[in-house]
Design a binder for this molecule. Structure first.
Ligand code: IPE
Ligand code: IPE
Ligand code: MG
Length: 253
């Protein structure tokens, strides 16, 4: 039996507060540019907003928060920016993990971590291990992550594990191999910064997720902005393929 219901095979429970929120934190560079600052200043400010977002999720009872921090395509950026982003990642792990732990947050990093320098890989492993027993909030950072990479690594691992099943695999077979196998599918997807695209984030898992796009740049996305996203989510009718009448139980409609 799968641990969580699937949006395509079952009818997931829908609550007023989304259980899982996934965010593309976009717009750091433009935020800095508007202030005649280097792009990295936007990333530094962005880390502060991550802190605020974690606090807001703990307060509201969101159980899973997944943040896109660095995509598999972001290596294409200028070397200087990539280096500074990696330094920022190291610094954030060194400075924040203790506090996350105190607040009952379990931290995970998903993505192809093999491309990161060894020191960063060690810090990630240590942070994951030290917070592994926490249950207030599951905070997942997607780093060197790509949705296509995720599906392919899952297919490859599944093929190695069950070669005799080739040609007969189903959705349920692949799900245990996906990076987010420990969480239900996201209820709410937020992208800040005005772009309305997925940019190779969680392709499999967003099948029935509610999307919220805002022009607000990530460094300006405070708890009030998050509240607007939640309110928008609460006004949606999640049908998962059914009719509206089926949901309201209105047999005359
Ligand atoms: C998102 O902000 C952070 C990362 C991709 C690391 P951007 O750096 O993409 O900011 P914009 O889109 O250039 O404003
Ligand atoms: C998506 O933002 C990735 C992250 C926020 C980490 P990008 O700024 O890289 O996305 P594109 O290039 O505009 O699609
Ligand atoms: Mg961007």
């Amino acid at each position: 039996m799968a641990l969580f219901s699937s949006s395509t095979r079952d009818l997931p429970q829908v609550a007023a507060v989304p259980a899982h929120v996934a965010v593309i934190m976009d717009g750091n560079g433009r935020w800095a540019k508007k202030r005649f600052l280097p792009r990295v200043a936007g990333h530094v400010k962005g880390v502060e907003l991550v802190r605020e977002m974690v606090r807001a999720c703990l307060e509201r009872g969101v159980r899973y928060l997944t943040l896109f921090a660095f995509s598999s395509e972001n290596w294409r950026r200028p070397q200087e920016e990539v280096t500074l982003l990696m330094q920022l990642f190291v610094k954030a792990l060194e400075q924040e993990v203790e506090k996350l732990h105190r607040n009952g947050v379990r931290l995970r990093v998903i993505g192809d971590l093999s491309r990161f320098e060894p020191r960063l890989q060690v810090l990630i492993r240590q942070a994951e291990e030290s917070t592994a027993g926490n249950t207030s909030l599951d905070l997942t950072i997607a780093a060197n992550y790509g949705g296509r990479w995720d599906i392919m690594q899952a297919v490859n691992r599944m093929a190695l594990a069950q070669p005799d099943q080739a040609g007969r695999w189903s959705e349920a077979d692949i799900e245990p191999y996906l990076s987010m196998n420990f969480a239900p599918e996201p209820d709410l997807f937020i992208r800040t910064g005005g772009e309305e695209r997925i940019s190779n984030f969680l392709l499999w898992q967003l099948a029935y997720t509610e999307f919220y796009f805002t022009p607000t740049l990530w460094p300006d996305f405070d708890t009030a902005e998050f509240g607007k996203a939640i309110t928008s989510y609460q006004q949606r009718e999640r049908r998962f393929g059914r009719t509206s009448e089926q949901l309201t139980g209105d047999s005359n409609a």
